[in-house]
Design a protein around this ligand. Sequence first.
Ligand code: NI
Length: 175
Amino acid sequence: MAIREILRMGDERLLHVAEPVTQFDDPLLQNLVADMRDTMAAAGGVGLAAPQIGVGLQVVIFGVGRSERYPDAEPVPETILINPILTPMADDEELGWEGCLSVPGLRGEVPRFTHVRYRGFDLQGHPIDRTVGGFHARVVQHECDHLIGMLFPMRVRDFRRFGFTEVLFPELPRL
Ligand code: NI
């Protein structure tokens, strides 16, 4: 398929609320997901939402075995998640560092729920229902935020904990 341009923060298309997918048995949807996978892999990301390539649909992908961008993160299964619904499973939040392919070169510390349940559909329209914690929960909250026009800097509470990745984490590879 194709590597697509990733929109960067400042592009107003990143601020829109995405529409639900209504047609699952659709080659256009399959092409979209294939392009998202190619684009995420080429960028070395752990997740990507359709609005980041300019498509206003409720489609996110995520997953990582071992990430050079997040060397301390536990693995997250490769997932295609369509029309997601997120439910916090506890009031507990924890801070963690996040980046975003739409905010290249920057990281910030973002509060997220420690445990969430997420429901939605896979590419074939089969239901997904998982309750997760840790980095998995953080990634899915970050990606689903893209579907409501939220980027991680909008969630940063302490801007002393926001900055350039190469300054904050000089040991990480330059991506
Ligand atoms: Ni992102």
